[in-house]
Design a protein around this ligand. Sequence first.
Ligand SMILES: *Cc1c(COP(=O)(O)O)cnc(C)c1O
Length: 478
Amino acid sequence: MASQQRPADPGDNPYRFLPKVDQVLLDPAWSQAQERFGSEPFAGWVRETLDAWRARIADGTWDAAAVRAALENGGFTQDLRARLAREQRRGVRPAINLSGVVLNTGLGRAPVHAEAAERMAQAAGGYSILEVDRDSGQRNQRDQRLGELLARLTGAEAGIAVNNNAAAVLLLMHAFSKGREAIVSRGELVEIGGSFRVPEVLESAGARLVAVGATNRTRIADYQRAIVNTTGLLLKVHTSNYRLVGFTEEVPAREMAELGRTRGIPTAWDLGSGRIEAPGAQALDRVGDETVVRDAVASGVDVVTFSGDKLLGGPQAGLIVGKREAVATLRRCPMYRALRLDKVALAGLEATCELLLAGRGDELPTRQMLLMEAEATGERCQAVQAALQTIPGVHVTIVPSSSQPGSGSAPTVELPGFALQLRVDGWKAQELAQALRRADPAVFSRVQENVVWLDPRTLMPGELEGLCQAVRSIAPGA
Ligand SMILES: *Cc1c(COP(=O)(O)O)cnc(C)c1O
């Protein structure tokens, strides 16, 4: 490592005092850590820690005396421990979502109802009756019951479940348009977050995309003209996080369904967000004009697809409901076996659907968050403010704000409410937000106008103490 300054006396060379990698690796104090994480990654973190020290020397922050003092104070051990602690906190861990995005894909989208979570834990921790009939002992379909529940919720004849909605669309394309044409409106050839691009999915399924109409206007005659002998599918896609406004026209699903029926071509509608309205539960119309799954089914298209973890408020899944025959075709497709849903998600979805059918939809956490009145978010702000402002160096202000549904559901909708602006002495906004993410528990805020905003709409029961703990851990004097 080349030193910038060239010290006259080699005893002043600060690099000389840095521990050697091999020396650290052989130190018995670190043997347990090496066993636990593996010696190769551990050696990497030692190098990383040393690099950070070298950088402090190189930029003139530390001279030889400072390096020696830091070593004597156990600074190197501390830094390496901190690096190990960071490693231990990687992976899927709990987080407090105060980002203002209810269905936050980065934070796992929908938190499920406690009863659904319990059923999921049971399914994960033991055997379950998954794919066998308990009366006859014969194999059956794992998503048969879920399909029935979905059918009741949406007015469809049948339902089937796969890993996520992207998988649902992929399955449609394999089953109906592999080696054939799929007709889609140019206005609907969208990319939906995380590189799910309709044209590419079609292509990967071996379907030939036939784009019809113009970006802003497509009419039923455009579909009609494009139909050939080998047309396998007429597909309608919800444009999710993208919206055309102004001089636009899209073909109503009813007309597309009618055309498909008269020409003997299957029709599908990828709804994405999957808004379900259930008896005894408040309507989700405040969350925008998302099409209700029941209405999409009633339009007469053969199948409708949507996510389990968007507006439905369940675990990750792709749900397909529609005509019995079309669903049976999907089930027979070899792709289904590769895309089918796991028992944990199935258990959670059954529980979620049962709650909705039992008139308990208002208990679902995501529906509560989406429908929370501005006033209630204000009350939450006051409770959070009261707790946080007892911490020295912490300043909290309540301000009007708005949250978003997220996950491409109702992209233009703002859910009005209140949020907290958090300032902590000695911290700039971006660094504060990062420190909160790194805290234990991890807290996700948003930075807006150079201030950290905490949106309490998505604060889950029992999380206030964790939030205080996280803020306390970075407050001055912590
Ligand atoms: C979200 C969305 C998808 C992808 O669904 P995942 O469940 O995330 O796989 C596909 N299509 C539309 C229209 C969507 O909104």
